[in-house]
Design a binder for this molecule. Sequence first.
Ligand SMILES: [Zn+2]
Ligand SMILES: [Zn+2]
Length: 352
Amino acid sequence: MPTATMKALRKMRPERGAQLEAVSIPRIGPNEVLVRVRAASICGTDLHIYAWDPWSASRVKPPLTFGHEFCGTVERVGEEVTGVAPGDFVSAEMHVNCGRCHQCRVGQPHVCQNLKIIGIDQDGCFAELVRIPAANIWKVDPAIPEHYAAILDPLGNAVHTVLSGEIAGQTVAVTGCGPIGLMAIAVAKACGCSTVFATEVNPHRRALALQMGADEALNPAETDVVARVRAATGGTGVDVLLEMSGHPAAIHQGFQMLRAGGRASLLGVSSQPVEFDLVADIIFKGATVKGIYGRKMFETWVQMTALLKAGKLKLEPLFSERLALDRFADAFSLLQGGQAEKILFYPNGSPR
Ligand SMILES: [Zn+2]
Ligand SMILES: [Zn+2]
C-alpha cells in the first residue's frame, strides 16, 4: 500500500526560505492526537525561521515543518487517549513539557527544563495534519470563532503578560505594538485597567493600538514618550509596564515610565544582551520584574477562554490576509514589510 502523503511547508535546508513538500502523514503514538489543521497563523518566530537568522540557525534542525499557532479538527486519536475524540474542534499548547523535572513537579511546567516546542523542535502546523500529545490538546469552546481559535498561542502570551500582576484600575504602558503588544492592550482594557499608553514607531501599528483600545499611541521617534507619560500620570509614572518590543531603547523608556513600586512584565525578546540601570530602574524603585515565557499550563488557557466567551476581546483589527498554504511567499513578504499583523493559512482549503 502506498504511504499516504500530505502538503507541508518545510524548511529543507539551513538557508533563507521554505518549500511546499509532500510528506508522509504523521503516525501517532498511543497518547497522541492527529489534528486536521483548519487555520494556522504566522508568528514572528516563523519569520525568523523563514529568514534563517542566527537564532534559527542555532536552534532549528532542517528538515522541519514549521508553524505553531493553529486550530483544527481531530482526525484520529491514539488508543490510550480519553477525553478527546475525532471531530472535536481544538487548538493546542505547543510547548511540550517533560512532566518529570523540578519545575514540572512544582507546578511551573511553562518553564520546564526539557521544554520542546512543536513547530520549532519537531514538525508543526503549516501542514494539512499535525501530531500533538493528547495532554497538550485544548478543546475550543464553540462560542469562540475559528480565526480567534487560530491565534490562542500568541493571545495566551498577551494574557499571561497582562495577568502576571494586578491590572484592574491600573495605568499601563505597552512598549512595542507588534501582534502580542496589540493583543495585550485589548486584554489589559478588558481586565479593567484605567489607561493604556502605547509606544510604537510604525504608524500603521500605532493606528491599530488605538483601535485595540489604547488611550494614547505615542511615537518614540518624535515624542519624548517618558515625559508625556509622566505628565499624564501627574509626574508619577505608570503602575504597570508591559514590555513587548525587546528593543533596548524601548526597554529603557519603559522602565523610566514605570512608577516606584510598579510592576514590569517583560515578554519582548532582545537579540543582544541589554545594558541596564539596575539601581535606578529596579532596586531604588522597588519594582517587581516578571519575565514572561509562554503560557501557564493551563491557567492562561482558562483565563483566555473566559475572556473570549464573555466577548471581552475584540481582535478583528489584527487580521488581514487569509491565504492557501501555497501563497506562503506572499504571506512572509507582507509580514516582513510590516504591512500585516496576523495572516492565516488554510492548509485544507479556503476559509469558511
Ligand atoms: Zn508564536
Ligand atoms: Zn519538565
